[in-house]
Design a protein around this ligand. Sequence first.
Ligand code: KIV
Length: 272
Amino acid sequence: MSKHGADHSITVKTLAKRKESGEKISMITCYDAAFAALIEQTSIDMILVGDSLGNVVLGFKDTIPVTMEHMLHHTAAVGRVVKRAMLVADMPFLSYNLSVEQALKNAGRLVQEAGAHAVKLEGGAAVCPQVKAIVQAGIPVVGHLGLTPQSVHALGGYRVQGRGEEAKRLLEDAKALQEAGVCALVLELIPQTLAAEVTKSLRIPTIGIGGGPETDGQVLVLHDMLGFQSDFSPKFLKKYANLGGTIIDAVTRYDAEVKEGSFPGPEHSFSS
Ligand code: KIV
């Protein structure tokens, strides 16, 4: 903590000011210190240690197997490096649904043991008691509506949410989360018009992924936007690099040079 407050430069106050000024908020996921050190050299506002960790780096098929221990381990790795951006940690499946006490205890662990500046949890009115308690304990909370991957089985798959009748309930949930005290709201995979309506209706910023351009900010999964997997290209995703191809090419050349004996060369070897 610096003399002037939190030692990261993007805080809940910054988010509130951005909502007022209309300046967009950028958020990206990150799961380890190596990538966090690179992201810190950009002006990304918020780093999310998402439970997408499960799919992206732990090899699970969805986020459901992700535990508090996984989240603590990876948030701490990112937290050792992040000084500038606001660091948000996801609360994993069933780490906040059992009771308000359970939610508060686990949110506290992500902040106290792993260095998160805020936590994110999925759901609407049903999780408002948990949100209120965590916020009252001094921990900022980010909400998450629309496609909430922890409920993938109840939602019937990874599909656009909030169409037709569902739109009204999503807007009500968004307002309930705002009243409960969330500092920002992630809107995942919902129609552009609904994302715009929710954004206009709230005093807090919305951060979209697959919600079109009218939200107050955007978030993407780091490995997806870096193009790690050539066969994963959902409509909402823009790939800013093709690192999957670059890595395969580099490792293929290394493998060939080791096998043909051209690596290491004299320039990589030591004289006696
Ligand atoms: O876990 C995650 O990466 C997320 C983002 C998609 C918002 O929740």
